[in-house]
Design a protein around this ligand. Structure first.
Ligand SMILES: Nc1ncnc2c1ncn2[C@@H]1O[C@H](COP(=O)(O)OP(=O)(O)OP(=O)(O)O)[C@@H](O)[C@H]1O
Ligand SMILES: [Mg+2]
Length: 248
């Protein structure tokens, strides 16, 4: 933890048990006592084998599911103190979610998709689309704003989904296997994009991936095993990417 570090997210001794399925009567302890602090402007990859608890942990961080015990604090707010409605509002305004499937609505243009979280939150269409255009510029997709998702490649759709996650200016972006449906070149671009958002804009990102090569693109790697943090390591500063000098 640096001296200036501000913890955006604090997880204290969190456990998550899933009730037994009726047939077999065996409860599952998916998260078994996890402590984690994420500072503003950090890029953290959570990795580990299938079933180690990565997605469950991310869902707990994002208030999608509630812990069986322990506390999750986002910007100092203990999520347990919020009712379902208030938690939904906090999720919509303060957290940007990105998933493996981009989940863009096929009948809307890219910019309309990106504007949607703002529109759902009561922002007028014109203002929402203006902010959506700005978010698309940030992910290098401004030139495709008017296209429908099915006219875009998988990598382009995922960058659009990242713009949608950023449009509300969230405190943190949580991404679950965002490269899971992409080839290696597009996966690399997505990781570089996250790194860029962190380095240039101070965005905070927590990304889940089962792929160690993808995780290695983040400066901090948390490795999960059987619902526990097995290791938590900071890599030496990653070399700046040399690709894509801006045209002048
Ligand atoms: N809703 C649920 N009900 C019961 N068990 C669950 C539920 N969700 C997850 N689990 C169990 O919790 C454990 C952790 O699952 P989780 O999805 O977090 O793993 P993961 O690390 O994301 O795996 P993957 O890499 O395959 O996505 C697994 O044993 C899983 O079967
Ligand atoms: Mg998972």
């Amino acid at each position: 933890m640096t001296e200036t570090g501000v913890a955006i997210l604090q997880v204290e001794n969190v456990r998550k048990e899933f009730a037994p399925a009726e047939e077999d009567g065996v409860a599952v302890t998916a998260i078994d006592g996890v402590d984690l602090a994420v500072e503003k402007g950090q890029f953290v990859a959570i990795t580990g084998a299938s079933g180690s608890g990565k997605s469950t942990l991310l869902h707990l961080l994002g208030g999608i599911t509630r812990p069986s015990s322990g506390a999750v604090r986002l910007e100092g707010v203990d999520l347990a103190t919020l009712g379902d409605e208030a938690l939904a509002v906090l999720r919509r305004r303060r957290i940007g979610f990105v998933f493996q499937r981009y989940n863009l609505l096929p009948e809307l243009s890219l910019v309309e998709n990106v504007a949607l979280p703002l529109v759902l939150d009561g922002v007028g269409n014109a203002a929402a689309e203006k902010r959506a255009h700005a978010a698309l510029e940030r992910v290098g997709m401004g030139h495709r704003a008017g296209h429908r998702p099915d006219a875009l490649s998988g990598g382009e759709q995922q960058r659009g989904a990242i713009a949608r996650a950023l449009v509300t200016a969230p405190a943190i972006v949580l991404a679950d296997e965002p490269t899971g449906a992409l080839d290696s070149a597009n996966s690399r671009r997505v990781i570089e994009l996250f790194r860029d958002l962190v380095e240039r804009e101070g965005q905070t990102v927590v990304l889940v991936t089962h792929d160690p090569a993808i995780a290695a693109g983040a400066p901090r790697v948390v490795r999960m095993r059987d619902g526990r943090v097995e290791s938590d390591s900071l890599a030496p500063a990653a070399a700046p990417s040399s690709s894509g000098a801006a045209p002048r």
